[in-house]
Design a protein around this ligand. Sequence first.
Ligand SMILES: Nc1ncnc2c1ncn2[C@@H]1O[C@H](COP(=O)(O)OP(=O)(O)OP(=O)(O)O)[C@@H](O)[C@H]1O
Length: 956
Amino acid sequence: MLARLTVTDPNGNRFDAELPKDLATLGNSPSDKIRVTALPPNMGSLLEFAFQPSRSTWTVRPLPNTGPVWLNGNELLPSPGGMPLQSGDEIRAAGLPIRFQVAPAPPLYNGQPVTTIPMPAKGELVIGRAADAGAAPSAVRVDLDADDHRVSSEHVKIRIEGKEAVIEDVSRLGTTLNGSAFSKAPLVYGDRFQIGYYVFEYDGRSLRWLDDASSGTIEAIGLVRRAGGRTILNKVSMHIRPGEFVGILGGSGQGKSTLLNALCGIVPASEGEVRISGQPLTDRKSIRDLGVGYVPQDDIVHKELTVDDALLLSGRLRLNLPLAAIKARIDRIIDQLGLQPHRHKRVYMLSGGQRKRVSIGIELLSNPSVLFLDEPSSGLDPATEENLMSLLQRLALTGITIVCTTHVLQKAYLFDRLLFIQDGRLVFAGNSDEARAHFLGGETVHPGQVEAPLEKIYAILADGAHTGEQLEQAFQQSPYAASVTPRQDVVARPVKPDKARKVPSLVSLYILLKRQWKVLIADPLNLAFLLAQAVVIAVLIAWVSDDIGMRMFLAVVASMWFGCSNAAQQIIGEIMIFRRERVCGLGLQTYYLSKGMFLCALTAVQTLLLFACAHTLGHVWHPEEFNRTEFDRRLTERVTAVAGREDPAPANDDDFDVVGGEEEGAAAKKTAAVAPKEQAPPAPPSEGTKNRLALISKWFYLEPNIVESGPRDLLLTNGERARGKDGKLLTFSGIPISKVLVTTLGLRFGGLLAAAMIGVVLGLTISALVRSPTQAVMWVPLILIPQILFGGFVIPFPEMTKSARAFSQMVPSFAAQRLIDVSHVFGRATPFFANRTKTPVFLTPDGAKETVKWQARGEELNQDYDKISPFNRSMQNLLVYPEIRGQHKQETTPVSGTFTTIIRDSVKKRDDVMYLKGTIFSNLHPAATAALTLAAWALLGYILTVGGLAFKQSGS
Ligand SMILES: Nc1ncnc2c1ncn2[C@@H]1O[C@H](COP(=O)(O)OP(=O)(O)OP(=O)(O)O)[C@@H](O)[C@H]1O
């Protein structure tokens, strides 16, 4: 066991000196064993160090005339026996920083020096002093320094009982576990126990010897932060010792939070360096690896969860340990924070102080070495405030360095040290007595008036008589400045990242999904509302329109709206939690994926519910005629129509006289195929097949798609059958029923679900880019209204202006609606269309009429009107050339004598309709283009969201 002093002399040179195991003095006198030659020769001896064999420690004593000596920031008063030193203690005498460190021999495991000791799979692990080794031969031993007489030969025993590790204190002088004495206790992740000079930490899998006394130190060197064209933090430097409880004080807007955020790396300084445990804090990864905990002012917990769930889910997101180990850690934290009576309550039911404890508990899960808190007591009543501050003080006693900003003056004495910030400068560092002495000249404190002097300090700072710069200079010239000077000797060996803090992405994804589910079901009313929303909108849709095409379009827009509104506040609403978890190693993609998957699933449920309700009510309120006999006949005809028919006589190719000009002819020829050679006529469909197909056709309005898509002859305008160049009869070979069903239903559900998914993507994009949840709400209509206007349904595609058409093709609802349009038209024959309209109006396949009856002059009159196809809009969007819309010849018959002309609708042909009447639509290109457009939106949304998250993750 060696003890060492590290001294930095007045010239800034650092040297190490070994302390002998007897008496030694430090100073600049020839008799001093530790001589600091850079000191003025007249200073003589400053300190006396003495070894105490019974306690295996050294003591320090200021010598007369040394002046004030500080031990860990507190003035050390002369005492005959001297003050016992702990490894890592910091002494300041005559302005010299002196660090005391004991280096015990490394623990020996199996005779080998080690820093990590594996847990025994069975049997016991005995830790004790090497010299007196006498443990049972079955036990695995860890031998500690033989010189440390505070260690018993068998000091602690550790064994696995069931699934947990248990530690038993069998020593003579006792052991502390997390700062408290114990006899037997479960050992959980993050537990620290001390045996003599040795501190061991349990990392869930093994024991780690914490041999570096710099663990938990904070050094800040020249921190500057500029924002909004101002310097809001001005060259702040400091040193904070391990296990210190430090309060950052100052008036509002003076830079307390800025300093705290810079110290913990959440919003790094523009200039300067921060070192935690001697290691530079450079990036997000180093924040995690160095064990930096941060509790922001806002709660970093989902309020809908119970305390237990919040801790368990956070634990599983932050710790890669077995579930039982995480639960044991949570039990320990709940006990430590006094949350036992509240563990089954939801967070929103807790008081402000209890909620803050939960946030602290979440940070403690990953066993931080330093913990930063921004205004932990804001909004709390004085009693709760004191409770919380005492709790933090107790936590600091377990070895965690704690730094928090605060306005609390009444309890300032609880802090080991106060840092006062004014105008972004450090204007004081010391305990509350020293603060009084510095600012108020040591004003006497009367009982019952403890807080008054510190409040006077605030008044002095606020009165503007002195600038921050002047106050800083006054502090630098005071004796207190030395205690906060950054130490050059705190350069620790690189920290080994704790494996338990690395959670695989797939596990994180699972936990995030689970958490969202728990948050969702936490309030059944919310869930019920989301489902009711879908039902109510379905009712309105089915009520307002008797047109299935229109109902589907409204369903597309509603699905998009569901997705968008479900997602729009998701990220911005929990941005603080995201930032915190991001620092703990949560991946951007994992987070995005979890949000996307969960919200897409939720919105898909809403969408399918909406579809089912709107469809059912549509059938009930607006029943469509369905003639089962006719359906059966056409179905049978569809299967047996062409196959096996004989070729009557070869004809000339010129006979392929397709009405409609070159273009339509080409289109018709495209769909034509040479009839298969001789084939046995297929059997008509069975009754069961017919029943099933009838049901599906009726329910999904697919009758024409199924019955018209069969094989058929191509006919010329004169009614004769068309022939190809080789003289063979031309037929349309038909589309298999299974393909019609898969395509129509697939595109219909695909379109709806794609709309829902793109809604989610757009909502998440909004959520990642806006600054507040209110802004997110305002963005939703701005995104959704164009989906209605440019979706190709309120105004059909051919009726849009050229520029609007170009724009609409980029609008996601237009793409989703295109999938549904294709689903409506696929396998249908181009029906009759009304001719006296600029944009063709498509009628029903069988030219059905609608009769309107009315009374006039006591007579009952009626008029038959052409019935417009419910899929008119889909056909207009897919079958009409927008550029030549309205170009058609009308058939006119002059009526002599009356000077009138009868204009008839042409039911055969218009130049602006792409396909001849009767041509079966089988073109999937518009659907493919739409799918690509939607994929492009999904990709764009992903890029923007992940970009927004990357920008927001730092909070700068
Ligand atoms: N990102 C920023 N851009 C511009 N100015 C900023 C930014 N962040 C902080 N400031 C300004 O810097 C100053 C210090 O802010 P900071 O939040 O650190 O103060 P504070 O002492 O914590 O105040 P309070 O006690 O009221 O929270 C304030 O004047 C604030 O307006």
